[in-house]
Design a protein. Structure first.
Length: 277
């Protein structure tokens, strides 16, 4: 079925060529999972969207407006499980990077069906040939200029690819965050200079601490990743996915990762994790 698209609350799929998202990637987006008219971890998504607005100085859109748009879009389809993508552009302007103070943001909602999938026992990573450049002002948020990920995925032969920064430290995979378990410690890269702070990342780190697992958010070297007992990745669609191999290095699943997975599944089942629409 063709995805449902709303632009500024109206059902349509055409956008102006003068939209700054089209011209410059000047905007933000969120990818949410919806089941039975409820959004998973909406609080995390909306908080990151607003944080992005603050960093990029884009006018915020009220939460009630977004939820109203999502509700309308869902009423136009019959999906029990779907992916809802929110896109916020700074607005429209003519040629040139500058914009007027009174520019009005343009919002879009895209709803597409989410097929039921099972996590793979075999999931392999490789190192991407292209990575990140540091820019603290763009770090952490999900802005619409994703050329770094586009280039990183070009020619990818494995299930996913590991992206490094200019200092050859591990930052993320192309579509999610990455975690290494060494002994009784969970390490995930700090994202203060580049990369995206995934909505599941905060949930996972909180759960790990509650489980008594030592959590370290810091620089993660290629050497450390190669020495890990277990590696897993996360994003909003797959949740948590264990990694069986990185290049020529085989990995096994550790009891610590299983504890985190079980806790995440329980958290996902908690009604407080879902926003009713």
């Amino acid at each position: 079925m063709t995805p449902i698209v709303l632009i500024n609350g109206a059902k349509q799929s055409k956008i102006s060529i003068f939209n700054r998202n089209v011209q410059f990637g000047d905007g933000l987006f969120e990818t949410c999972v919806v089941e039975n008219k409820k959004i998973l971890f909406w609080v995390n998504h909306f908080a990151r969207l607003n944080r992005g607005c603050e960093q990029l100085k884009i006018s915020k859109v009220d939460e009630s407006v977004w939820l109203s748009d999502v509700k309308k879009a869902l009423s136009l389809c019959s999906y029990d499980r779907c992916v809802v993508k929110l896109i916020l552009s700074r607005g429209e302007s003519l040629r040139g990077y500058g914009f007027k103070d009174d520019i009005k943001p343009v919002r879009a909602v895209i709803v597409s069906e989410l097929q039921k999938t099972t996590l793979n026992n075999s999931f392999c990573l490789e190192y991407c040939q292209s990575g990140y450049d540091s820019n603290p002002k763009l770090a952490g948020i999900k802005h619409c200029n994703r050329l770094e990920q586009v280039l990183a995925r070009a020619g990818l032969k494995s299930d996913e690819g590991i992206m490094l920064d200019e200092n050859h430290n591990v930052i993320s995979v192309t579509q999610g965050n990455i975690y290494a378990i060494l002994g009784n410690k969970l390490i995930t890269p700090k994202l203060d200079k580049c990369g995206v702070e995934g909505t599941r990342r905060a949930v996972i780190l909180d759960l790990a601490k509650l489980l008594g697992i030592k959590v370290k958010v810091d620089t993660l070297s290629v050497k450390e990743l190669g020495q890990a007992d277990e590696v897993f990745i996360s994003n909003s669609i797959i949740g948590i996915q264990s990694i069986s191999q990185i290049g020529d290095i085989g990995l096994g699943e550790s009891p610590i990762t299983k504890k985190i997975k079980d806790a995440f599944t329980e958290k996902r089942a908690d009604s407080n994790s879902w926003q009713c629409i």
